[in-house]
Design a binder for this molecule. Structure first.
Ligand code: MSP
Length: 644
């Protein structure tokens, strides 16, 4: 019988539209679900939305609408985005649904039935954080804010409490017995340290708000939003309903995938509720890192969001999925920028992956009449490379180290490129025609590409189908055996077609000088694999620095470059002469506000052509995630003054 595998994501607050951080998590869960399905597991993949509580109530009040109107609207956005992103969830449960309410009430009923004093009515005074909807211990409050900088208020409440303090030891025992209960290990250590301090009872009802599930027997209170939300994982399976077979079959969850900010709720409160109710605990809580912008967490409240819609509409779904999966090393944070997106797209997808596929298909197309070659091969270097890399890939996938799994696929891609370069099939064709040796060489290249696309299929499902069908392979054939060598049919019709990932014209998109330089020079398609490397921070000597001629210059005229979103053409005076400079600053500055301004330029830069205009020098600007801020000097400093 197939092994069951139940994976959940966090259910997002629907006080605003989703951003890249929310969708990263859903993509990551989708990659896991797709991978497990093809390995033969019986997968249940749940996601949903967290629709009760103060955040929603306030956001709706701000708009002058009812909470239900707000959540209905935002949920529609969620559904659209999940569909667009090809997320293969099996269910989606809103906490406003009746089946969810049944589950929550059943959890409370079971706790009350088993250990009656685990839930009691009590009075609590303490520092209350409205952002997190939780009381914050005294020692974590300073100058009116908690450790995360959220404001706290001294509040006295008569509430229902859950006897969390009773679970300090049972939880510690559970962590000791199950060291993989929370991953990565650093997060488990944090949880253990938190619980070791001793747990305080948890307030699980609110009277100040009405938007929630009424507390059983006392409708003046609504159930604490976190208790409500966490129960989604079991209520989704029919917990407490008349026919809860699904619950018995699928619970416990194998993986709760969440962000690192909400580990405490999942690894402390939730298991304690379940212990109290006599329900089995989830097997694992997996915490991913944060998407940042300029090293700050992307969040709705900070307003620095990146919306996936625009990226997907411009570049496609699979490049977005690939980017988020490849760029974020499991458990760590990652910075989003348009520039890193475009660099990765062009280097990894358009160049490495797309070009190699086009090249190999074109050769097969022209040497073997639009088909895969007639003779296969079962003894060669690529076969050995693929054989060694497949287990490495599977290990990385099992460890949820998708970025590393992508690296493994790229190792095979590098091997294919090296193989093609060293065999020079175009020469072979010229010298001996489409003979058996050439057939083997091309077949080996295509077969390796098939395996690469099987590796990439959970991350880029739609493009993998397309690539596999171009390779003459059944696009559905991505099961557990598909990584083995030898599955590419001979004499099967192939499609060379257009590039699978058309190159992005970075300069046109960004309108920035530095992006222009990343465009490839004309000539044969590059075939080395370009992995994004950490920036080279080598030091320069003072002599080297002095070779750069930095000068103060006055902007005498400025105009926008036609058809460019970001470029401005300036005439600047350097103390000796007027010269033309083109700078990618139009998103921030109007030509009018530039004229008369003193800026700092690199005066001895080689001329560069941008949108047909010769630029003689470069204006210095700080770049805040692509948004420029020009360096300026006191207006009294004469033009031409050296800057050092
Ligand atoms: N509603 C609660 C979760 C209840 S789960 C029973 C919640 N909602 S949230 O909308 O604030 O966050 C939902 C998920 O998105 C969380 O896992 C959170 O970590 C994740 N992210 C929100 N912003 C994020 C980033 N900037 N980067 C990555 N993920 C982050 O918490």
């Amino acid at each position: 019988m197939a092994k069951k595998f139940y994976i959940t994501t966090a259910i997002d607050y629907v006080n605003d539209d989703p951003h890249i951080g929310h969708m990263y998590e859903k993509v990551m869960a989708d990659v896991i679900a797709r991978h497990r399905r093809r390995m033969g597991d019986d997968v249940w993949f749940l996601t949903g939305t967290d629709e009760h509580g103060q955040k929603i109530e306030r956001a709706a009040a701000k708009e002058g609408i009812l909470p239900i109107e707000l959540v209905d609207r935002v949920v529609a956005q969620y559904h659209e985005l999940l569909r667009k992103l090809n997320i293969s969830n099996d269910d989606f449960v809103r906490t406003t649904e009746p089946r969810h309410r049944i589950g929550v009430l059943e959890l409370i009923r079971r706790i009350q039935e088993r250990i009656p004093d685990d839930i009691y009515l009590g009075e609590h005074a303490g520092w209350y954080c409205q952002t997190e909807e939780t009381f914050v211990p005294e020692n974590q409050v300073r100058d009116g804010v908690d450790q995360d900088g959220h404001p706290v208020e001294w509040t006295t409440e008569k509430n229902y409490f859950f006897k969390l303090s009773r679970y300090t030891e049972p939880l510690l025992e559970h962590y000791r017995r199950n060291p993989d209960f929370v991953r990565p290990r650093t997060r488990l250590n944090e949880v253990v340290a938190f619980v070791e301090q001793g747990l305080r009872d948890l307030s699980i009802s609110r009277t100040a708000i009405t938007w929630g599930i009424p507390f059983p027997g006392n409708p003046d209170h609504v159930i604490y939003v976190w208790m409500d939300a966490l129960t989604n994982y079991i209520s989704a399976l029919g917990f407490g309903s008349a026919e809860d077979e699904r619950f018995r079959h699928d619970w416990p969850a194998d993986v709760h995938l969440i962000g690192k900010d909400i580990v405490r709720f999942h690894a402390v409160y939730w298991p304690a509720f379940l212990m109290a109710a006599g329900v089995e605990l989830p097997k694992q809580v997996v915490a991913h890192g944060w998407w940042l912008r300029d090293n700050v967490k992307i969040s709705k409240s900070l307003g620095n969001v990146v919306r996936p819609h625009e990226i997907i509409d411009t570049f496609g779904v699979d490049p977005f999925r690939y980017y988020v999966v490849r760029e974020m090393v499991f458990g760590q944070d990652a910075n989003y920028s348009d520039q890193s997106f475009i660099t990765r797209y062009n280097a990894d997808l358009a160049n490495d992956l797309g070009n190699t596929l086009s090249r190999a298909l074109k050769m097969s197309d022209s040497y073997f009449g639009g088909k895969t070659p007639p003779v296969a091969c079962d003894d060669n270097d690529l076969l050995r490379a693929a054989g060694a890399l497949a287990p490495e890939y599977l290990r990385a996938m099992d460890e949820l180290a998708f970025s590393r799994a992508m690296d493994v696929a790229w190792k095979l891609l590098v091997a294919v490129n090296g193989y093609i370069v060293s065999r020079e099939p175009w020469k072979m064709f010229k010298e001996t025609g489409a003979d058996e040796t050439l057939s083997r060489v091309i077949w080996n290249s295509l077969e390796s590409l098939r395996i690469i696309w099987v590796m990439l299929a959970p991350v880029m499902p739609a493009t993998a189908r397309e690539a596999l069908s171009r390779l003459g392979v059944d696009p559905e054939a991505i099961d557990a055996g598909a990584l083995q060598w030898g599955k590419l049919p001979t004499n099967a019709p192939i499609r060379a077609g257009d590039p699978i990932f058309p190159r992005i014209d970075a300069a046109a998109y960004m309108g920035e000088t530095k992006m222009e330089e990343t465009k490839p020079s004309a000539g044969p398609p590059p075939i080395e694999t370009t992995q994004a490397a950490p920036p080279d921070l080598a030091r320069v000597s003072i002599e080297q620095f002095m070779e750069i001629d930095l000068r103060v210059a006055e902007v005498r005229a400025a105009e926008r470059v036609p058809k460019s979103k970001k470029l401005i053409k300036m005439t600047v005076f350097t103390g000796e002469e007027e010269r033309t400079l083109v700078a990618g600053i139009a998103t921030k500055y109007t030509p009018e506000e530039l004229v008369g301004r003193k800026i700092v330029i690199v005066a001895n830069l080689e001329p560069a052509r941008l949108m047909g205009i010769e630029s003689n020098g470069m204006a210095l600007a700080a770049s805040i995630d692509g948004e420029p801020s020009l360096l300026s000097v006191d207006p009294n400093v004469p033009s031409g003054t050296k800057v050092k």
